[in-house]
Design a protein around this ligand. Sequence first.
Ligand SMILES: Cc1cc2nc3c(=O)[nH]c(=O)nc-3n(C[C@H](O)[C@H](O)[C@H](O)COP(=O)(O)O)c2cc1C
Length: 177
Amino acid sequence: MNPSDRSFAASLAASDFGRLRECLGSFGTGVTVLTTCAPDGDLRGITANSFSSVSLEPPLVLWTISRNAQSFSSFMACERFAVNVLAAEQLELAKRFAASGGDKFQGLKYFCGLGGVPLLPSCTAWLECRTATRYEAGDHVIIIGHVTRFERTDRPGLLFVSGRFYSATSFPLSELL
Ligand SMILES: Cc1cc2nc3c(=O)[nH]c(=O)nc-3n(C[C@H](O)[C@H](O)[C@H](O)COP(=O)(O)O)c2cc1C
Protein backbone atom coordinates (compact mmCIF):
# COMPACT_ATOMS: atom_id res chain seq x y z
CA MET A 1 0.00 0.00 0.00
CA ASN A 2 1.24 3.49 -0.78
CA PRO A 3 1.72 5.45 2.46
CA SER A 4 0.30 8.54 0.80
CA ASP A 5 -3.04 6.76 0.07
CA ARG A 6 -5.99 8.27 1.91
CA SER A 7 -7.07 4.74 2.83
CA PHE A 8 -3.74 4.22 4.61
CA ALA A 9 -4.24 7.35 6.72
CA ALA A 10 -7.88 6.44 7.33
CA SER A 11 -6.85 3.12 8.84
CA LEU A 12 -5.41 4.97 11.88
CA ALA A 13 -7.67 6.84 14.28
CA ALA A 14 -6.46 10.27 15.39
CA SER A 15 -6.07 8.85 18.90
CA ASP A 16 -3.56 6.31 17.54
CA PHE A 17 -0.97 8.90 16.53
CA GLY A 18 0.44 9.37 20.02
CA ARG A 19 0.78 5.61 20.44
CA LEU A 20 2.33 5.31 16.99
CA ARG A 21 4.88 7.99 17.87
CA GLU A 22 5.78 6.06 21.05
CA CYS A 23 5.98 2.81 19.14
CA LEU A 24 8.31 4.30 16.50
CA GLY A 25 10.36 5.97 19.24
CA SER A 26 11.16 2.59 20.79
CA PHE A 27 13.58 2.03 17.90
CA GLY A 28 16.91 3.32 19.26
CA THR A 29 19.13 5.47 17.04
CA GLY A 30 22.18 7.65 17.07
CA VAL A 31 21.76 11.42 17.05
CA THR A 32 22.95 13.75 14.30
CA VAL A 33 22.92 17.46 13.58
CA LEU A 34 22.34 18.22 9.90
CA THR A 35 23.97 21.47 8.86
CA THR A 36 23.92 23.60 5.75
CA CYS A 37 24.65 27.07 4.45
CA ALA A 38 21.45 28.70 3.12
CA PRO A 39 21.52 30.57 -0.21
CA ASP A 40 21.39 33.85 1.79
CA GLY A 41 24.59 32.77 3.58
CA ASP A 42 22.87 32.03 6.90
CA LEU A 43 23.92 28.85 8.67
CA ARG A 44 21.21 26.31 9.47
CA GLY A 45 21.18 23.20 11.61
CA ILE A 46 18.66 20.69 12.90
CA THR A 47 18.90 17.75 15.28
CA ALA A 48 17.76 14.58 13.51
CA ASN A 49 17.67 10.88 14.36
CA SER A 50 16.15 9.82 11.02
CA PHE A 51 19.64 9.53 9.52
CA SER A 52 20.44 6.19 7.88
CA SER A 53 23.05 4.71 5.61
CA VAL A 54 21.66 3.65 2.23
CA SER A 55 24.37 2.49 -0.18
CA LEU A 56 28.16 2.04 -0.32
CA GLU A 57 28.45 2.10 -4.13
CA PRO A 58 27.54 4.82 -4.80
CA PRO A 59 27.95 6.20 -1.25
CA LEU A 60 24.45 7.37 -0.28
CA VAL A 61 22.83 8.33 3.03
CA LEU A 62 19.36 9.64 3.90
CA TRP A 63 17.50 11.60 6.52
CA THR A 64 14.03 13.07 6.70
CA ILE A 65 12.95 16.61 7.49
CA SER A 66 9.57 17.75 8.77
CA ARG A 67 7.69 20.22 6.59
CA ASN A 68 7.11 22.20 9.79
CA ALA A 69 10.82 22.79 10.47
CA GLN A 70 11.93 26.43 10.22
CA SER A 71 14.99 25.23 8.30
CA PHE A 72 12.86 23.24 5.82
CA SER A 73 13.23 25.67 2.91
CA SER A 74 17.00 25.93 3.43
CA PHE A 75 17.45 22.16 3.25
CA MET A 76 15.10 22.00 0.24
CA ALA A 77 17.25 24.55 -1.58
CA CYS A 78 20.76 23.51 -0.58
CA GLU A 79 23.19 21.70 -2.85
CA ARG A 80 25.30 20.51 0.06
CA PHE A 81 24.75 19.49 3.65
CA ALA A 82 26.74 17.79 6.39
CA VAL A 83 25.85 15.05 8.84
CA ASN A 84 27.46 15.68 12.23
CA VAL A 85 27.21 12.42 14.21
CA LEU A 86 27.03 13.53 17.84
CA ALA A 87 29.25 12.15 20.59
CA ALA A 88 27.85 11.25 24.02
CA GLU A 89 29.39 14.44 25.44
CA GLN A 90 27.41 16.60 22.99
CA LEU A 91 23.97 16.32 24.58
CA GLU A 92 23.79 20.13 24.86
CA LEU A 93 24.34 20.43 21.10
CA ALA A 94 21.49 17.97 20.46
CA LYS A 95 19.21 20.17 22.58
CA ARG A 96 20.43 23.42 21.03
CA PHE A 97 19.73 22.23 17.48
CA ALA A 98 16.37 20.69 18.49
CA ALA A 99 15.08 24.15 19.44
CA SER A 100 13.17 25.76 16.58
CA GLY A 101 14.41 28.84 14.71
CA GLY A 102 16.89 31.53 15.74
CA ASP A 103 20.63 31.65 15.14
CA LYS A 104 21.71 28.29 16.57
CA PHE A 105 25.36 29.00 15.67
CA GLN A 106 25.65 32.15 17.77
CA GLY A 107 28.64 31.76 20.09
CA LEU A 108 29.33 28.27 18.79
CA LYS A 109 32.71 27.13 17.47
CA TYR A 110 32.54 25.41 14.09
CA PHE A 111 34.75 24.94 11.09
CA CYS A 112 33.93 25.37 7.43
CA GLY A 113 33.50 22.27 5.30
CA LEU A 114 33.02 21.90 1.56
CA GLY A 115 30.89 24.69 0.09
CA GLY A 116 31.00 26.63 3.38
CA VAL A 117 28.80 24.08 5.17
CA PRO A 118 29.53 24.28 8.93
CA LEU A 119 31.01 21.25 10.70
CA LEU A 120 30.72 20.91 14.48
CA PRO A 121 33.92 20.12 16.43
CA SER A 122 34.33 17.05 18.69
CA CYS A 123 31.75 14.87 16.94
CA THR A 124 31.98 11.07 16.59
CA ALA A 125 31.92 11.35 12.79
CA TRP A 126 31.17 13.71 9.89
CA LEU A 127 29.76 13.03 6.44
CA GLU A 128 29.82 15.87 3.90
CA CYS A 129 27.22 15.36 1.19
CA ARG A 130 25.88 16.72 -2.06
CA THR A 131 22.09 16.59 -2.20
CA ALA A 132 21.27 13.78 -4.64
CA THR A 133 17.47 13.39 -4.52
CA ARG A 134 14.49 14.42 -2.46
CA TYR A 135 11.29 12.35 -2.09
CA GLU A 136 7.94 13.58 -0.83
CA ALA A 137 6.86 11.42 2.10
CA GLY A 138 3.73 12.60 3.89
CA ASP A 139 4.52 15.32 6.42
CA HIS A 140 8.27 14.81 5.84
CA VAL A 141 10.64 14.93 2.86
CA ILE A 142 13.30 12.25 2.47
CA ILE A 143 16.65 13.80 1.54
CA ILE A 144 19.27 11.56 -0.04
CA GLY A 145 22.88 12.70 0.02
CA HIS A 146 25.90 11.57 -1.97
CA VAL A 147 28.86 11.40 0.44
CA THR A 148 31.80 13.42 -0.87
CA ARG A 149 34.04 13.42 2.23
CA PHE A 150 33.89 11.76 5.64
CA GLU A 151 35.86 11.31 8.85
CA ARG A 152 35.39 9.32 12.05
CA THR A 153 36.81 9.26 15.57
CA ASP A 154 36.64 6.78 18.47
CA ARG A 155 34.41 9.04 20.60
CA PRO A 156 31.41 7.09 21.98
CA GLY A 157 28.19 8.16 20.32
CA LEU A 158 25.06 9.80 21.70
CA LEU A 159 21.99 7.54 21.49
CA PHE A 160 18.26 8.29 21.58
CA VAL A 161 15.46 5.86 22.41
CA SER A 162 11.94 6.33 23.79
CA GLY A 163 12.45 10.06 24.30
CA ARG A 164 15.68 9.73 26.32
CA PHE A 165 19.34 10.25 25.52
CA TYR A 166 22.01 7.65 26.35
CA SER A 167 25.74 7.19 25.96
CA ALA A 168 26.89 4.32 23.75
CA THR A 169 28.84 1.77 25.79
CA SER A 170 29.29 -1.77 24.55
CA PHE A 171 28.58 -5.05 26.32
CA PRO A 172 31.79 -6.99 27.08
CA LEU A 173 32.57 -9.62 24.41
CA SER A 174 29.83 -8.26 22.15
CA GLU A 175 31.80 -8.13 18.89
CA LEU A 176 29.68 -9.27 15.95
CA LEU A 177 32.40 -11.45 14.38
C1 LIG B 1 16.54 13.28 19.14
C2 LIG B 1 15.77 14.12 18.13
C3 LIG B 1 15.65 13.69 16.84
C4 LIG B 1 14.97 14.45 15.87
N1 LIG B 1 14.89 14.00 14.58
C5 LIG B 1 14.30 14.76 13.64
C6 LIG B 1 14.31 14.35 12.28
O1 LIG B 1 14.84 13.30 11.91
N2 LIG B 1 13.72 15.17 11.36
C7 LIG B 1 13.11 16.34 11.72
O2 LIG B 1 12.59 17.04 10.85
N3 LIG B 1 13.09 16.74 13.02
C8 LIG B 1 13.69 16.00 13.97
N4 LIG B 1 13.70 16.42 15.27
C9 LIG B 1 13.03 17.65 15.63
C10 LIG B 1 13.83 18.90 15.23
O3 LIG B 1 15.16 18.86 15.73
C11 LIG B 1 13.12 20.15 15.80
O4 LIG B 1 11.80 20.19 15.30
C12 LIG B 1 13.82 21.45 15.52
O5 LIG B 1 13.19 22.47 16.29
C13 LIG B 1 13.77 21.88 14.07
O6 LIG B 1 14.52 23.08 13.97
P1 LIG B 1 14.06 24.27 13.00
O7 LIG B 1 12.57 24.47 13.23
O8 LIG B 1 14.90 25.45 13.43
O9 LIG B 1 14.35 23.83 11.60
C14 LIG B 1 14.38 15.68 16.24
C15 LIG B 1 14.51 16.13 17.57
C16 LIG B 1 15.20 15.36 18.50
C17 LIG B 1 15.36 15.86 19.92
